[in-house]
Write a protein that binds this ligand. Structure first.
Ligand SMILES: [Zn+2]
Length: 408
C-alpha cells in the first residue's frame, strides 16, 4: 500500500517542481526556445516539451517566431501569453486601498488607489475593498479575459496557508478570514499575504531585484515591514510571520509603537517618525520653507512635502532625513550581519526620499556592519514604488495558477 501511494505522490511533486522551473525560465528569459529552456534548467528536452505543451494548451504560454531563424536554431519560441487570463492584486493599507488588474504577463490593464481612514470600521473598509475587486473584474470581462484569482496584501501577520489575517497592529484588526469570506463572495482562488512580503516578490519578479537571490525589501507606509528573500524564496519562518523587522527593538525606552511596545525600529524610521521629527524641529522655531508649503498647518505635513522641501535645500527637512537615514543604517547594518544581505530595496514612502536617505544609510552601514558581510552590498529604490505589493500579489496568483495546473 505504502509503495503504491508514495510513487504517484512523488511523481506529482517532481512534475510540479519541473513545471515551476520551466515556467520561471520563460518568465525570466522569454521569448525562449524549448532547447534553451532545457539547457538552462538541466531538464531533458522531452520533459520540457511536455510541460510547455501543457502550458500552451491551457493558453498560459504562446508560441512566437524567431525574427531571423538560423541553421540549427529552431525558429519557434515560447513566451507568456498576456491573454492567458487576468489577476486582481489588491492592497489594504493602513490609510489607503490600492488595486490593479494585470494580464498574465504582468501588464497592468487598470489601477486605482484611494485614501482610507484607519478610524473607519473594519467592515466598511473591507466592503470598499470588495467594490474595488468588483471593478477590476469588470475590466477583465471587458477585455474578454478569464479571471485567475485574487491576491490580497495586508499590513500585518498572516496565516498564508489559511489565507487569514491574524493581526494588523496599525489597523487594530484581529483575525479576519479573508480567503473564506472572499472565495464565497467572488468564487475565485485567493491568496492572502503580508504587504511587505508581497512587495519583496513584486521587486523580485518584476522590479529592482530581478535575478537577485538574497535581498530584503523594506516597506514603509504607516508602519515599517520587511520581506526577506533567501535563495530566491520568500523566507516565512516556522509559523509564517518572519520579516516583522519594523518591530526589532532598537531603543527599549523609546516611543510607543503600534504593537504596544516601545522603541521599535519603525518608531525611529517610518514616515511617521520623519514627520514627527520635522514637527519637533519646526516647533523649536527653526526657520524652514516647510511652514510655507503647508501654509502653517502642521497637521497637513506629509512625506511628499518634506521631500519637496529637501529638494529645495531646506535644512529642517534635510536634518530630519539625515536623522532617519542614520537609524535606518543602524538597523540595516544589524540585518546585513544576520543575513549577509546583498541588496536592500527601499519601498513605500522611503522610496520617495531615496535620494536623500541612500547616501546616509550606505555610510552608516559601511561603518556599523562587519566588513566581510559588506563585500557585496547595495541599496536600491523600488522599481514599482507603491505598486510593489500589488505586483507581488499578481506574481503569487500566477504561480498558484501554474502550480495547480501542474498538480492535475
Ligand atoms: Zn512595534
Amino acid at each position: 500500500m505504502w509503495g503504491v501511494r508514495a510513487v504517484p505522490a512523488d511523481q506529482a511533486l517532481v512534475r510540479r517542481l519541473n513545471t515551476m522551473m520551466v515556467f520561471e525560465e520563460v518568465r525570466r528569459a522569454g521569448p525562449i526556445a524549448r532547447a534553451e529552456i532545457a539547457g538552462r534548467t538541466g531538464l531533458n528536452r522531452s520533459t520540457v516539451s511536455s510541460i510547455v505543451n501543457a502550458l500552451l494548451e491551457e493558453g498560459l504560454l504562446v508560441e512566437t517566431q524567431r525574427e531571423a531563424p538560423t541553421i540549427g536554431r529552431p525558429g519557434i519560441l515560447v513566451d507568456l501569453n498576456p491573454h492567458g487570463g487576468c489577476i486582481v492584486g489588491i492592497e489594504i493599507g493602513v490609510d489607503f486601498l490600492s488595486a490593479v488588474l494585470s494580464d498574465f504577463a504582468g501588464g497592468i490593464l487598470w489601477r486605482r488607489r484611494d485614501p482610507s481612514d484607519p478610524q473607519v470600521h473594519q467592515n466598511i473598509v473591507i466592503q470598499r475593498a470588495e467594490e474595488l475587486v468588483d471593478q477590476a473584474l469588470a475590466v477583465g470581462r471587458e477585455h474578454g479575459l478569464r479571471p485567475l484569482g485574487i491576491g490580497l496584501g495586508v499590513p500585518g501577520l498572516v496565516n498564508f496557508r489559511q489565507g487569514r489575517l491574524l493581526f494588523a497592529p496599525n489597523l487594530r484588526w484581529r483575525d479576519v478570514p479573508f480567503r473564506l469570506l472572499w472565495t464565497q463572495r467572488f468564487g475565485l482562488p485567493m491568496i492572502v499575504e503580508n504587504e511587505a512580503n508581497a512587495g519583496a516578490l513584486g521587486e523580485y519578479y518584476y522590479g529592482a531585484a530581478r535575478g537577485v537571490e538574497n535581498f530584503i525589501f523594506l516597506s514603509a507606509g504607516v508602519g515599517l515591514g520587511g520581506g526577506i528573500i533567501i535563495h530566491g524564496e520568500l523566507f516565512r519562518g516556522s509559523g509564517g510571520y518572519a520579516g516583522e523587522i519594523g518591530h526589532m527593538r532598537i531603543q527599549p525606552e523609546g516611543d510607543l509603537c503600534g504593537c504596544g511596545r516601545r522603541g521599535c525600529w519603525e518608531t525611529l524610521v517610518g514616515p511617521r517618525a520623519i514627520i514627527r521629527r520635522v514637527r519637533a524641529l519646526l516647533e523649536d522655531a527653526r526657520p524652514s520653507l516647510i511652514r510655507e508649503l503647508v501654509q502653517d498647518n502642521l497637521d497637513a505635513l506629509t512625506m511628499e512635502t518634506i521631500v519637496e522641501a529637501a529638494r529645495r535645500g531646506d535644512e529642517v527637512a534635510l536634518e530630519a532625513l539625515r536623522h532617519v537615514g542614520y537609524w535606518l543604517g543602524v538597523g540595516m547594518a544589524n540585518l546585513v550581519n544576520a543575513f549577509n544581505t546583498e541588496l536592500f530595496v527601499l519601498g513605500g514612502a522611503l522610496n520617495l526620499a531615496g535620494d536623500f536617505l541612500c547616501p546616509v544609510i550606505e555610510s552608516v552601514v559601511r561603518e556599523e556592519a562587519l566588513a566581510p558581510a559588506l563585500e557585496v552590498f547595495a541599496i536600491k529604490r523600488s522599481a514599482h514604488g507603491t505598486d510593489a505589493c500589488v505586483m507581488g500579489l499578481v506574481a503569487l496568483v500566477i504561480n498558484h495558477t501554474v502550480e495547480q495546473l501542474a498538480g492535475l
